[in-house]
Each structure stands twice: as structure tokens, then as C-alpha cells.
Design a protein around this ligand. Structure first.
Ligand code: PRP
Length: 179
């Protein structure tokens, strides 16, 4: 059992557990894409970077890595989580097989927007791989093809997830008690 020095953090997933789950995802994806050409990994900035670095090193299939940056405003169905692209892909994904990588899906608003946007670019296929799923917080349904772990509706930090930009670099995932 791993303990945090910080009393406001309760570790939910240790570094070892994260590594095990990421490598299992890597095996699964490598198997599924073994005979597929032109795989493009799309990492959504910024939180997913930690996951993407680890996952990509577990893949045994060739791929191109690219990044898309987004800003979102509002977290309700009415505002539909207005999302703005702050950094677009460098790669043209038309005719390519895209694997969209996210650290977490909460409301699903970001993923919903990104999928719609990327589909207009005529990729051959799009699948979604996320590390952490919080289905209890979903506002819109989104397809998830690969999932690292599912969790309860708690505020979590670490492994790319931040609270006011802090804690992203924690090697574990922890619940943050904000008081
Ligand atoms: C997080 C995460 C997803 C999004 C998921 O990003 O990386 O992109 O929230 O939330 P949703 O399902 O409710 O839309 P965030 O906006 O915190 O930006 P960051 O990755 O730069 O921290």
C-alpha cells in the first residue's frame, strides 16, 4: 500500500497499478492494430500527455503521434461544453486510422466535440482510448473502445490530472479533499 505525504490526498490507484493497466491496454491495442496501416495516435492536450507517453511505449505497432489542444467553456448540456481548438493537428488524418487518447472522460462533452470535429476530416476509422472513466458524471454518451479503469464520482488528481495546475506529475492517482 502506497501512502501520500500530503494529508489532502488519498491514493486510489498506485503507480504499479497504473503501469499494469497501461501495459494491458498497450497489448490489446497492439493486437487489434497488428494488421492496420496508418495508425495515428491523437493526444488531447494537456492532461493526456503522461498517459500517452506511457501507452505509446507499450505499443508494438507503428504509429504517428500527434497532438490537439483544446479549451472548454461551460460544463452543462445547454452550453454543450463549448470547446475551442487552440492547437490543431499537424497530420492530415484523411484515410488514416485514428486512436484518440484521453486521460479522463467525465461529462463526455470534450470527447463528443472532438469526435464530431475529427469525423469531418474523413479518417478511415476512429476509436477512443481513455485511461480513467467516470461514467457517473456523463452528460452525453460517448463511445469508449479501450478503458484503463472506471472510478466513482470523486475529484481525482495525478497522472496528468490537475487541480488548478497542481498535482499533474504525481505518479499515482489520488482523491483530493478540497477544504
Ligand atoms: C480534461 C481531460 C479531458 C476533459 C474531460 O481536460 O483531459 O480533455 O477534461 O472532461 P469532460 O468529459 O467533462 O469534457 P481539462 O479541460 O481539465 O484540460 P487539461 O487536460 O489541460 O487539464
Amino acid at each position: 500500500m502506497e501512502y501520500s505525504q500530503d494529508n489532502s490526498l488519498e491514493i486510489l490507484l498506485s503507480e504499479e497499478e497504473i503501469i499494469a493497466r497501461v501495459s494491458r491496454l498497450g497489448e490489446e491495442i497492439s493486437r487489434d492494430y497488428a494488421n492496420v496501416d496508418d495508425l495515428v495516435l491523437v493526444s488531447v492536450l494537456r492532461g493526456s500527455v503522461y498517459f500517452v507517453v506511457d501507452l505509446s511505449r507499450c505499443l508494438t505497432v507503428p504509429f504517428t503521434l500527434d497532438f490537439i489542444g483544446i479549451n472548454k467553456y461551460g460544463n452543462t448540456k445547454d452550453s454543450m461544453g463549448i470547446v475551442r481548438i487552440t492547437k490543431d493537428l499537424d497530420v492530415n488524418i484523411s484515410g488514416k486510422n485514428v486512436l484518440l487518447l484521453e486521460d479522463i472522460v467525465d461529462t463526455g462533452l470534450t470527447l463528443n466535440y472532438l469526435l464530431k470535429n475529427l469525423r469531418t476530416r474523413n479518417p478511415l476509422s476512429i476509436r477512443v482510448c481513455i485511461f480513467l472513466d467516470m461514467p457517473g458524471r456523463r452528460i452525453v454518451d460517448v463511445p469508449v473502445d479501450y478503458r484503463g479503469v472506471e472510478m466513482q464520482d470523486v475529484f481525482v488528481v495525478g497522472y496528468g490530472l490537475d487541480y488548478q495546475e497542481r498535482y499533474r506529475n504525481l505518479k499515482y492517482i489520488a482523491a483530493l479533499k478540497k477544504d
